[in-house]
Design a protein around this ligand. Structure first.
Ligand code: HEM
Length: 355
């Protein structure tokens, strides 16, 4: 059976609820305090449940962009109750043509092997709600949908993090391939900021500084096919053991010595981690916050999600390196998009949209 047959299967309608919140900013040469970091990055351990909902402006002529964005901001901010965290992010299509936008914010392209379903991809904005209970998240999303009248839902998806836990200051979970996910993330606050928070740069509007680019990829995983392989084979495809230890025996939280294995006889050259992060001294500038999803037997997998200060240097560079990886035949990206989580102060809105 081909990967396409296995993975294309049913295109399940997304279900679930939505959510909201505000980001936080940093100024030049100033690291935001941990408690002030953008909401999605503040806690090293993401909440165990989420709902992501991409929305479009209901009527592009009315109300004005800035009014619609202010409404979304208000509604989502209000949804933050202490039991749920909610934030929102803008897609490139939210910006009027020729208006300045966060540098390089564009519609997510289809990478080789992707089959992006139009009804499950992109959007003028993304609303994400997270929380400790699926029910609280869902209720919160329903409220957002009711109140955000200037917006209509484009696609939505529920996510969860099995055995969500902190290990060595990193948020860890099991992904649907039964591998521990999260070890490659930064453990400390300055490293999160360095990888994920937008800095001043030529061509970058000053109001975007302190925000973060959020990439979402809905990746269907052929778990049945995966489980036909031995664990040893799976570990060679990932490049780590299921519990995160490296294939050469190095503990999960230490660095492996890839240089002493140039032919890839211990850790194959086409393994996921070897391609995702080949230079152990310079980790990819992105912070992952992924969730599992399960819409049906044929449609389950990973809502890959990462934040970065630069789309090209972060997600896109890693995605390009992963082309041809051994894991490729087990995965199919069917949706998602590129978004921008604005800095926390509201002044950026007037600066960005002139409202
Ligand atoms: C689609 C399904 C994917 C699965 C099942 C998966 C699984 C994993 C696993 C098990 C690890 C090792 C543990 C860890 O460090 O978290 C890992 C690491 C990593 N993955 Fe993925 N991943 C997927 C997609 C992606 C994508 C699309 C990217 C980026 C374009 C990516 C980037 C990374 C990075 C940067 C690391 C850390 C490598 C390190 O520092 O050693 N992954 N992934």
């Amino acid at each position: 059976m081909t990967r396409r047959n296995l993975l294309l299967g049913a295109v399940a309608a997304a279900g679930g609820a939505g959510a909201v919140t505000a980001g936080v900013a940093t100024h030049e040469n100033q690291t935001p305090a941990a408690e002030k970091l953008l909401l999605p990055l503040r806690d090293p351990l993401p909440a165990p449940y989420t709902h992501m909902m991409a929305v479009d402006r209901a009527d592009k002529s009315h109300p004005s962009v800035v009014d619609a964005v202010r409404q979304l901001h208000r509604v989502v901010t209000r949804a933050n109750t202490g039991t749920v965290q909610a934030w929102w992010a803008l897609g490139g299509t939210a910006f009027p043509d020729n208006a300045p936008r966060p540098l390089g914010l564009h519609t997510m392209p289809a990478f080789p092997g992707d089959v992006l379903e139009p009804e499950g991809s992109h959007g003028d904005a993304l609303v994400q709600v997270t929380g400790d209970s699926a029910e609280a998240v869902r209720n919160s999303v329903e409220t957002v949908i009711k109140q955000a009248t200037a917006w209509r839902t484009r696609w939505r998806i529920d996510g969860f993090r099995p055995e969500n836990r902190l290990g060595n200051h990193k948020g860890l979970t099991w992904n649907p391939f039964r591998f521990t996910e999260g070890f490659g993330n930064p453990a400390d606050h300055p490293d999160v900021v360095a990888r994920a928070i937008v800095r001043p740069a030529p061509g970058q509007p000053p109001w975007a500084v302190g925000g973060s680019y959020q990439v979402v990829r809905v990746v269907r995983l052929a778990t049945d096919l995966w489980e036909k392989d031995s664990v040893t084979e799976q570990e060679r495809i990932i490049g780590r053991r299921q519990d995160g230890r490296w294939l050469d025996g190095t503990p999960a939280e230490k660095e492996p010595d890839f240089a002493s294995d140039p032919q890839g006889s211990v850790t194959p050259l086409d393994s996921h981690v070897r391609l995702a992060a080949p230079d152990r001294r310079s980790p990819p500038p992105l912070v992952r916050r992924s969730y599992s999803y399960n819409r049906s037997i044929e449609d389950r997998g990973l809502i890959f999600c990462c934040f970065q200060r630069d789309l090209k240097a972060g997600f896109e560079a890693a995605q390009k390196r992963l082309q041809g990886e051994a894991m490729e035949k087990y995965i199919l990206t069917s949706g998602g998009g590129y978004f921008f989580v604005p800095p926390p102060s509201e002044e950026w809105m007037a600066a960005a949209f002139g409202g």
